[in-house]
Design a protein around this ligand. Structure first.
Ligand code: 13P
Length: 251
């Protein structure tokens, strides 16, 4: 059985002081739900202070990005060695990074390999735009992202992948995909392509999350689907009560 995982992607929100207050507020509720892997992904500047607050708890910490090189002349970037000082997880290839910062399936692939080389668990985002969705291209787009993003990874390592299917038109819009529709893509496109890359046994072990306007009042419907193993949560992860309810729904 796949253990559910719920990760909060804070995006570019919260100063260190605000992060400290937010974590203090939500930690007791999160700690109580042991049957779900819980992950917080604050901005880089707050990783150190939040890692201190999470020490001794089972709540994991993730960064929102990393570079694939260990060090060098890459102004503004952050290396896997720096991320792993504090984090167990790392989000890779979020649609906002692909849309605004030029990330491609090829850079995603380099980053996934760098994450594994540094014992980080990557949470890799895939998903189609509204235009692609309306043109009926969802399957082609998502299959291509999976194949190119995970090229050259061996099956043993691939078991540790965490994939997040986030239809771009559902992110921050309040327009979630229907749970059945999301499950269909996750099962028949994402997991199926993982199976052709790594074999059915491995694909069945890989956790696949849904992301895009998951809230406390719809989380249950998503998490009760056969192939949805948790969520990648944006806006609602900044609200302690909502985020805790979403984690409880995954349990
Ligand atoms: P929202 O939950 O705000 O729609 O964001 C989803 C997301 O992009 C998580 O990575």
């Amino acid at each position: 059985m796949r253990k559910p995982l719920v990760a909060g992607n804070w995006k570019m929100n919260k100063t260190v002081e605000q992060a400290t207050l937010l974590v203090a507020d939500m930690l007791p509720g999160l700690e109580a739900v042991k049957t779900v892997d819980r992950v917080l992904c604050p901005p880089f500047t707050s990783l150190m202070v939040v890692s201190g607050m999470l020490a001794g708890t089972e709540v994991g910490l993730g960064s929102q990005n990393l570079h694939w090189e260990d060090s060098g002349a890459y102004t503004g970037e952050i290396s896997p060695l720096m991320v792993k000082e504090f984090c167990k997880y790392v989000i890779i290839g979020h649609s906002e990074r692909r849309a605004y910062f030029g990330e491609t399936d090829e850079t995603v692939n380099l980053k996934v390999k760098a994450a594994f080389a540094n014992d980080l668990l990557p949470i890799i985002c895939v998903g189609e735009t509204l235009e692609e969705f309306e043109a009926g291209k969802t399957e082609d787009v998502v299959a291509g992202q999976v194949k190119r993003g995970f090229d050259g990874i061996d099956s043993d390592t691939a078991q540790k992948l965490i994939v997040a299917y986030e239809p771009i038109w559902a992110i921050g819009t309040g327009k979630a995909s229907s749970p059945e529709q999301a499950n269909d893509i996750i099962k028949n496109v994402v997991r199926k392509n993982l199976a052709s890359l790594f074999g059915v046994g491995t694909a069945e072990k890989i956790r696949i999350l849904y992301g895009g306007s998951v809230k406390s009042n719809n989380a249950n419907e998503f998490f009760s689907q056969s192939d949805i193993d948790g969520g990648l949560i944006g806006g609602a992860s900044l609200k302690p009560e909502d985020f805790t309810k979403i984690v409880e729904a995954a349990a």
